[in-house]
Ligand binder design. Structure first.
Ligand SMILES: [Zn+2]
Length: 82
């Protein structure tokens, strides 16, 4: 019988620490986007203060829970309330 492995969503792009959505600190990970697609993850301790501040601003102004697909089917993050 085949086993199903639950793959974590990714690893930190700097220290390769595994990232999974139920981790205690998952809300503090940064997801790096390129053209609307997630391309990497940053463990909180690997973020620079500037990166952390940028993430806080984006978390307050972008609605990550409601992404919308563009014409190419890529998920785009919409502004909060937009
Ligand atoms: Zn790291």
């Amino acid at each position: 019988m085949a086993r199903t492995k639950v793959r974590p969503p990714g690893h930190c792009t700097r220290c390769t620490r595994a990232c999974w959505k139920d981790a205690d600190d998952s809300a503090r990970w940064n997801i790096e986007f390129s053209q609307g697609r997630p391309v990497g993850y940053l463990y909180p301790k690997c973020q620079t203060p500037e990166e952390n501040a940028e993430a806080e601003v984006k978390a307050a102004t972008l609605d990550y829970a409601n992404t919308v697909p563009d014409v190419d089917g890529r998920q785009k993050v919409a502004p909060v309330g937009g």
